[in-house]
Design a protein around this ligand. Sequence first.
Ligand SMILES: Cc1ncc(C[n+]2csc(CCOP(=O)(O)OP(=O)(O)O)c2C)c(N)n1
Ligand SMILES: [Mg+2]
Length: 309
Amino acid sequence: MLRIRALQLRIESLYHEDEMKTPVHLCIGQEAVAAGVCLRLSPEDTVSSNHRGHGHYLAKGGDLKGLVAELFCRETGCSRGRGGSMHLVDRAAGLPGSSSIVGGGIPIGTGLALAMLREGKGRVSVVFFGDGAADEGVLYECVNFALLKRLPVLFVYEDNGYSVCSAVAARHPGELPFHAVPRERLGGGTVDGNDAEAVYAAAGEAVERARRGGGPSFLECRTYRMRGHAGSGSDAHLGYRPAGEVEAWEKRDPVLLLRERLEAAGELPPETLRATEGEIAAELDEAFRFARTSPLPRREDLLLHLFAE
Ligand SMILES: Cc1ncc(C[n+]2csc(CCOP(=O)(O)OP(=O)(O)O)c2C)c(N)n1
Ligand SMILES: [Mg+2]
């Protein structure tokens, strides 16, 4: 979570230089969902991510240098500079692709789960998607199919309150219908998405269930996007959030909550925290240096790597 947060803050501090030629969707405030779920996965399991995917990518074990180089659109980027921030790929780490089409990763992750079921090795497919993706019909088709076939898939619903500037309460009539499905058929439930330990516990159950052939789970994580939809900085000038909302969620910052809990339990000595933060800062320095000094794709290679053969 510290690593994800530090990367987001570093991007935010440098974005105005306009060297990262890609839109960015920062996940500040949502780190506990990515970390809590992915810590339950092995490299053989897969994650289907979306436009807000830096946290999913890092938590799943994606290569930091490859990610930063991708933001700089370099040939050394994880998607060879062709994808940018919203299309992160690291096949070795179990990230076969990310889709910027809202809801686009849901059928892909469901299809992966079907392949995994047939393969019979106990692998699990995780799909991360937002409340905006729950406006799309494909989610309902995929949960239906996953239930029918008892697929080893974990649908992770990151409800961060908004799809761009549109509040979830203005788009959904209440709870999503999945909670009405008996728990024996659809695992999961609703958790505080800013509580890393709660996410970790719920994801653990869902992943184990999928591995032993118990079928799909739907895990709703209530969280909050602390920054604007895209780009860097606050979006307070747009006026779509009620007064005081951001400040209230800042008190429930997932990194802060976990740090306070660990400190209170005596499990996080200040020197350990400082050392970890120092290591992360050095790692980021190196990743940004690598990205800046990496070559851009060559003009004559522009059409390479766009389609699989
Ligand atoms: C099919 C489709 N419709 C619209 C868009 C434009 N768009 C990009 S991100 C976004 C909001 C998605 O909201 P949500 O799924 O809640 O994710 P969040 O941005 O909150 O993480 C929209 C509407 C898109 N990329 N794809
Ligand atoms: Mg959202």
